[in-house]
Design a binder for this molecule. Structure first.
Ligand SMILES: *Cc1c(COP(=O)(O)O)cnc(C)c1O
Length: 464
């Protein structure tokens, strides 16, 4: 431990300094005191070098206060190349969705009010007709997210009853979403059939008893299995369910509405295909491939959806006006598929040509160079993420940054607009496919600052 660390100023002494007092007149005293304590503590731990002068202590405390008052939910630049990054908020919204939110957010809205009739209406009307039109479903409703849609479906159709599912589909989607746990919360008794790698239609038939409440199939959205495998197609399962008079629920997750095979993305079913399979209920997310706000979308037969709307649990998982506004506007773009590909950011990012991404990477390299940082453009592979097309690798381009990777990555991440990249083989890479065109200048400026500050903190004397 250095002498400077041994002789740290007392927090009270720091709080008496004129600059710190001035700070405490602008923001709550407690915040300033906590910030001063945090600065002293981080120097004591060796996380930061001791500020070299009293004025530098003032600055460190002011910075800590700013950080404490800054919102934690901040905009970031996604330079990971993972298009649907759950930790980074999944789908960016379209301009139309943003405009729709602005339109209804600041004032009152006809959320549950029928303007024609001048009477009470239902919040379920706002997206239902569009969803039916786009997917061929008889009926639709929107809830908070796909997990709650599944709980609601199970609880409505199979409370205290057996729900039959393949062992190969008892999956974990991420975070706390595990199919067996969700089923238990929905009130369903889990009946596993088949094996991890192979399940046949006869397995479901044999498991059927008078206590069967539903057949459930869950899309393998974040992994693939191959080799000696067999599974039952949604159409076959729904057909058997129909024959036995049992409801069939399909949790499909991704929310894909358009076939993206021409962009090299194959193997995911579309919502329309799953509805056409004859399932009673299909549930999916609003903020994955659909490219809208967080929402759980339920498609299916009129009777099943009506029963779900009437379930008291529906009230606990209902969506707000902002979500409905954004979702309706996002869905409207899908009436013209080519418009959807241009206007819905997730689709635009997924279907951008490798050439256009390369051009954008070259523009980023040039913008960094104009700010004194030499970077290198390299080929890269983006992924869909967020539980869809788990094995797809999308040709992309990345920019490799100079400097100490750990320091540059940290400086980028903690900058004014955090830029989230990845470290591979000792260098920081920014994948350009997930960076929006209007973010390039912001990123170049962040890169210049990060590379400079990493260089500076690497010089002897200033490192802690
Ligand atoms: C993503 C996913 C979910 C969870 O969706 P949320 O909208 O995040 O609740 C459920 N099931 C499947 C198959 C998924 O891919």
């Amino acid at each position: 431990m250095t002498d400077a660390r041994r002789n740290l100023p007392a927090v009270n002494t720091l709080l008496e300094r004129e600059a710190v007092q001035a700070l405490a007149r602008r923001v709550p005293r407690e915040v300033v005191a906590d910030a001063a304590r945090a600065v002293v503590e981080s120097v004591r731990r060796g996380a930061h070098a001791p500020p070299p002068s009293p004025a530098a202590w003032d600055t460190a405390i002011a910075t800590a206060v700013d950080r404490a008052l800054a919102p934690t939910l901040r905009r970031v630049v996604n330079a990971t190349g993972v298009v649907l990054h759950t930790n980074l908020g999944r789908a960016p919204l379209s301009r139309a969705a943003l405009a729709a939110i602005t339109e209804v957010a600041g004032g009152y809205a006809a959320l549950e009010y029928d303007i024609e009739a001048g009477a009470r209406g239902s919040r379920h009307v706002h997206c239902a007709a569009l969803l039916c039109e786009l997917t061929g479903a008889e009926a639709a409703m929107v809830v908070n997210n796909c997990a709650s849609a599944l709980v609601l479906a199970l609880n409505t159709l199979a409370d205290q009853r057996d729900v039959v599912i393949s062992r190969g589909e008892l999956v974990e989607i991420g975070g706390s979403f595990r199919v067996p746990a969700i089923m238990a919360k929905g009130g369903a008794r889990l009946v596993e059939v088949g094996t991890t790698n192979r399940t046949h239609l006869d397995d479901y038939r044999r498991a059927h008893t008078p206590a069967t409440g539903a057949f459930l199939s869950v899309h393998r959205s974040n992994f693939a299995i191959d080799g000696f495998v067999a599974s039952v197609a949604p159409r076959e399962l729904a057909g058997l369910a129909r024959e036995l008079g049992v409801p069939c629920i399909h949790d499909f997750g991704s929310g894909l509405l358009l076939d993206l095979a021409d962009a090299g993305l194959t193997g995911e079913p579309t919502a329309r295909e799953l509805v056409a399979s004859g399932a009673d209920v299909v549930v999916m997310s609003g903020d994955k491939l659909l490219g809208g706000p967080q929402a759980g979308i339920v498609l299916g037969r009129t009777a099943a959806i009506a029963a779900m709307r009437d379930n008291p649990l529906a009230r606990a998982v209902r969506v707000d006006k902002l979500t409905l506004a954004a979702l309706a506007a996002t869905l409207a773009a899908y009436r013209d598929p080519s418009r959807a590909r241009q206007e819905v950011p997730v689709l635009r990012v997924l279907t951008a040509t490798a050439d256009s991404v390369r051009e954008q990477a070259a523009a980023l390299v040039a913008a960094c160079e104009a700010r004194g940082v030499r970077c290198e453009m390299v080929p890269s592979e983006a992924t869909v993420g967020g539980g869809a097309f788990p094995t797809a690798r999308i040709p992309s381009s990345a920019v490799r940054l100079p400097g100490n990777a750990v320091q540059v990555e940290a400086a980028l991440r903690t900058g004014d607009v955090p830029v989230i990249g990845r470290i591979t083989g000792g260098a920081v890479f920014l994948d350009v496919r997930t960076i929006a065109a209007d973010e390039l200048v912001t990123v170049a400026e962040a890169v210049a600052r990060a590379v400079r500050s990493a260089g500076a903190s690497a010089t002897p004397g200033t490192a802690s």
